[in-house]
Write a protein that binds this ligand. Sequence first.
Ligand code: PHE
Length: 485
Amino acid sequence: MAEEAILGFLQNNEQITDSGQFSAEFNIDHNELVNVIKSLHGFRYIDVQDIKKETWILTDEGKKYAAEGSPEVQLFLAVPEEGSISKDELQKKLAPAVFKIGCSQAGKNKWVEMGKQVSRKVKDVEDKVKGQLLQIQQGKEFDKESINSLKARKLIVPQIWKGYSVKKGPNYAPERKKVATDLTRENLQNWKELEFKEYNFKAKGAPVDAGHLHALLKVRKQFKDIFVQMGFEEMPTNNYVESSFWNFDALFQPQQHPARDSHDTFFLKVPSTTRTLPEDYVERVKRVHESGGYGSRGYNYDWKREEANKNLLRTHTTAVSSRMLYALAQKPFVPKKYFSIDRVFRNEAVDRTHLAEFHQIEGLICDRGLTLGDLIGVLEDFFSRLGMSKLRFKPAYNPYTEPSMEIFSYHEGLGKWVEIGNSGMFRPEMLLPMGLPEDVRVIAWGLSLERPTMILYGIDNIRDLFGHKVDLDLIKRNPICRVGI
Ligand code: PHE
């Protein structure tokens, strides 16, 4: 309908001067008209020129006064025709904003005498403001002065109206011809009779969907970069299945420790046990558990090989650290800095912040004569690279470290200290049976990857981050992240 109206009108007329007027005259919605104008212009049926006009619309406050009257008139009407009213009484009769604005405007207009008592100075007033607002609402034009005063009172705001003037274009025809858009067999056979739509080389192509990294992978990369910058080498963590020996026994964790229960650890049914362990080392570990040595009294219990043989899903990446330190001890000693970031498993009830699997970040340094001061210094360096420079340490307990420290960082956003990791110096009971030289110390720390990722991406349910409920769209939309920012 809009298309017929435009093409038909141009058949007998030079031009459509204003699409706004045209839409009013022909009773066509202006947005619809603009769409048709754009489409006809695309095919050069018409030529167009933009028209921009500044019009005015009422603010919420303006709309209120257009309906209820201006505050100055409301105030005037609240003052008795004869005599006076106390200012306090008057205030009670009106809304606070109406009273405040009304007092100043009615005073300025010299309509009322303001003092402790308020009285009328004129008999009648006319609500010009209301009248003007109503007219603006109907789209009437106004003198600059009134507009300026309404604008200054924030009762109206400008709005840019966009329309077009329209003339015949080079391809003008009273009716649009259907153009062929596809190179089908039929169209090619009739190509002489047909008119083809031109290619629009400026049209935007469909966005190409490339791969997207999951938030955990992005944050993992950030941590990895930090470790690499600090000179750490990555440990091989590609074995989720581990024997109890490397996961617990080698770490001087006694066999009756509650973490070794099937309520906390996933044990494997098939294959249920490991085949090979380094026998002489196993013997030394057995001895240190049972009766100590290397300055230790041990745990005084019957250490069982069957317990150490049991296969499990590793409960921490420290199992990998123990393998790596043992391997290191088999060669002439060289200092090492190792890290790993990979998955671990714990038999836990799943809730908003816990899954039965998560990722651990672990760092360790192995060198002669290291002290607790070195550990604190390294932790400060590491965490300051994540933007956490206020740290506190709290004494803690791990079977394999002494001393052990929980790491807390002051979280500016939450305004409190939050626990961010665990750390310590590996015990001699763990290092000496491996065969490491006596003066070699190992400082180490661990933290989860999920926790900082959830903080960075504002995710409060871990199931939105990991598992089958993850929204793929979230991964596509994830911005690049920088740890610490
Ligand atoms: N393995 C510890 C954990 O599971 C973390 C840790 C690593 C603690 C290294 C001290 C030293 O939480």
